[in-house]
Design a protein around this ligand. Structure first.
Ligand SMILES: [Zn+2]
Length: 642
């Protein structure tokens, strides 16, 4: 494995090459002594690495993320800081704040290509480059009329101060050549550019039907929505957004608008416009409030040539979650199971129980540079650098299923393998044989508990004898909503941040069967339960004030009713849940002050409000469907996701 020294060497070698090119290309640099400049570039690379190490020491990034960024930075034109933003590790604004804090000089190594202004022509006219924006300051460079540029930016961003930094003419050219590729027409300015650069749209004063897509995607992204459903009906169409598991209507528009919207989505996701009879899928990426989201689009043919369109938003912040942030109670055992050089580790759960997030966070923790890791997924949800990810493709001409995928990776010198889901005998057989032949195999199962997972595998002709020597761990999980951190003090009545539901996020509720030896597996077969059960985990989180009684009851209804009769010790909490739900007793969750709202929250809310009112103008009734109250939601359990 390479160390920091080799990486630094490689970064510097690349800077040297750049230097040679610069020498050939630029006349004004020829007068400068090339030895001195070479030294400057070595210093620059060292400074970047020092900054990277500072980020690592202050736990902003992991060593692995730094290494990955350094490798990428050695082959592209971006600094290490900028690469961390492009890889979704840091947000641009956070990067600028960290640079302000740790190494002010680094600010001039960043470049923000997505310029949050509607008219970028001023950048070209006045030869302006944008380094980035922190919460208070905009850092830019200008070789033209600085006074005019200052006026322009101060009008657009009255709360920020401007700071002009020095820049080489070549850097401005490089920056402008990237903004050059932006279509001039603002209406078209949202497609993916260069696979990564995207302008952040601010709401224009006058919007038309072609803006509706951007309005809803931005609105959903800002409010933490996971899916957007576009549903045509006989005389109008609805847009629904799933936020924190609950699907709600956010827009009702005319069918002509639906047609514009559908054509636009299919165009961006590179789907066949003329095909209305077959389901299709596609993808594109877009920046929302400084973060690059991946959008997966699927269409479903319905009557009359219409299609239902579903857009899944993959939030880079959620994708790069650390394993310890997910809420897995026994994360040390899980890490223990994932630490073996070979064997089988399984995440079990029903649909939408967060299995793939757990798996991808686990794979991120593996030594991605030292070990070769392959996945076959259906579909790929989160892309991870240094992992070879393949997507299942059932098309007649391709026929890449889980089995074919695993066969193919066997030729690619794999060490760690992820098989998206063990769902039939064939997949079970290839997963087990890969584990038997000395690989570490990760997979998921559609099962509710550790024990149920074993019987599911038996049902797919995987015997206990086959499993005993190789199964290292089974993590069974569900998702449960957590109390909103912003409004804990308001006795669960909710606030704008949680859309008045009182719940602000999700946590994993799990049980973890860890089998470090065959003996452990035998003990489980004999009926011993040597792990904390899932309902105990839920009650534990209730006691710690992470969730409340109603939510525990919603997720563990049958278990709670059962516990009340049988288990001493946990029955107090179970009784408390029952008395709140059945006798309308007040919740006993301790309500501290909550964190209230930060400046960033208020900014996001303000942005969402602007988007919402712009969207309202395109609504068929001129009003937007109101956010539902918590009472309505609780009365109808079907409104929750599964
Ligand atoms: Zn709240």
């Amino acid at each position: 494995m390479f160390g920091m020294g080799e990486l630094l060497g490689s970064v510097m070698a690349k800077k040297d090459k750049e230097l040679a090119l610069l020498d050939m290309a630029s006349a004004d640099l020829k007068s400068v002594d090339s030895d001195r400049r070479s030294e400057e570039l070595v210093w620059a690379a060292e400074d970047q690495m020092r900054f990277g190490i500072e980020l690592m020491d202050s736990k902003e990034i992991t060593r692995e993320q730094l290494e990955a960024a350094m490798w990428a930075s050695a082959v592209n034109d971006d600094s290490i800081g900028q690469t961390l933003v492009l890889q979704g590790v840091l947000r641009q604004e956070r990067l600028m704040t960290l640079m302000e804090k740790f190494d002010y000089a680094q600010i001039s190594t960043a470049m923000q290509y997505n310029v949050p202004i509607d008219d970028v022509s001023i950048l070209h006219r006045e030869r302006v480059a944008l380094f980035g924006m922190s919460s208070k300051t905009i850092y830019l460079a200008c070789l033209g009329n600085q006074r005019l540029v200052r006026y322009h930016f101060e009008t657009l961003f009255p709360k920020h101060s401007l700071e002009f930094l020095g820049i080489r003419p070549q850097q401005i050219e490089a920056f402008l050549s990237k903004t050059d590729r932006l279509p001039k027409n603002p209406e078209e300015r949202s497609g993916s550019l260069d696979g990564r650069v995207e302008i952040q749209r601010f709401v224009p004063r006058q919007t038309d039907d072609s803006d509706v897509l951007d309005l809803i995607v931005n609105l959903a992204g800002i409010r933490g929505g996971s899916d957007i459903h576009i549903e045509p009906k006989a005389k109008s169409y609805s847009i629904l957004v799933r936020i924190n598991r609950i699907r709600r209507i956010i827009h009702e528009g005319p069918l002509a608008q639906y047609n514009t919207l559908r054509a636009q989505v299919k165009d961006r996701a590179k789907m066949d416009q003329m095909e209305h009879r077959r389901p299709q899928d596609g993808a594109y990426s877009q920046e929302i409030l400084g973060r690059m989201f991946d959008l997966r689009v699927a269409t479903f043919p319905i009557d009359g040539g219409y299609e239902k369109v579903v857009i899944r938003l993959l939030d880079p912040d959620k994708a790069s979650k650390h394993l310890t942030e997910l809420g897995i109670a026994n994360v040390d055992d899980w890490r223990g199971a994932c630490g073996y050089p070979h064997g089988l580790v399984i995440v079990a759960g029903k649909t939408n129980s967060g299995k793939s997030t757990t798996l991808i966070s686990s794979l991120r923790e593996q030594d991605r540079i030292g070990k070769s890791i392959y996945t076959i997924e259906d579909p790929i949800e989160h892309r991870v650098e240094f992992i070879t990810q393949m997507a299942v493709n059932r098309a007649e001409s391709v026929q890449l299923d889980f089995k074919a995928g695993v066969r193919a990776m066997m030729r690619g010198d794999p060490e760690i393998i992820l098989v998206g889901e063990i769902r039939d005998e064939e997949t079970a057989a290839v997963a087990v044989s890969a584990a038997e032949s000395g690989h570490l195999v990760f997979s998921t199962l559609h099962a509710g508990t550790v024990r149920e997972s074993i019987s599911r595998l038996r049902g797919m002709k995987i015997s206990d004898e086959m499993l005993r020597p190789m199964v290292r761990g089974i993590l069974a999980q569900r998702l449960m909503r957590t109390i909103c951190n912003h409004c804990r003090n308001k006795s669960g009545k909710g606030c704008p941040m949680c859309l008045h539901t009182g719940y602000g996020g999700m946590t994993v509720i799990s049980e973890m069967g860890f089998f470090p030896s065959e003996g452990h597996f035998n003990r489980m077969l004999e009926g011993e339960v040597f792990w904390q059960s899932m309902v105990q985990d839920a009650l534990d989180k209730l006691e710690r004030g992470i969730t409340d009684e109603k939510e525990v009851y919603r997720v563990f209804k049958s278990e709670i009713e059962y516990l009340n009769d049988d288990y001493e010790g946990v029955s107090d909490l179970a009784k408390r849940v029952l008395s709140v739900v059945k006798n309308d007793a007040p919740s006993a969750v301790e309500r501290d002050d909550g964190i209230g709202m930060t400046e960033a929250d208020l900014k996001a809310l303000e942005q969402a409000e602007i988007l919402q009112s712009a969207l309202r103008r395109h609504s068929i009734t001129g009003v937007s469907p109101m956010p539902m109250t918590p009472e309505v939601l609780l009365a109808d359990p079907n409104r929750y996701g599964d």
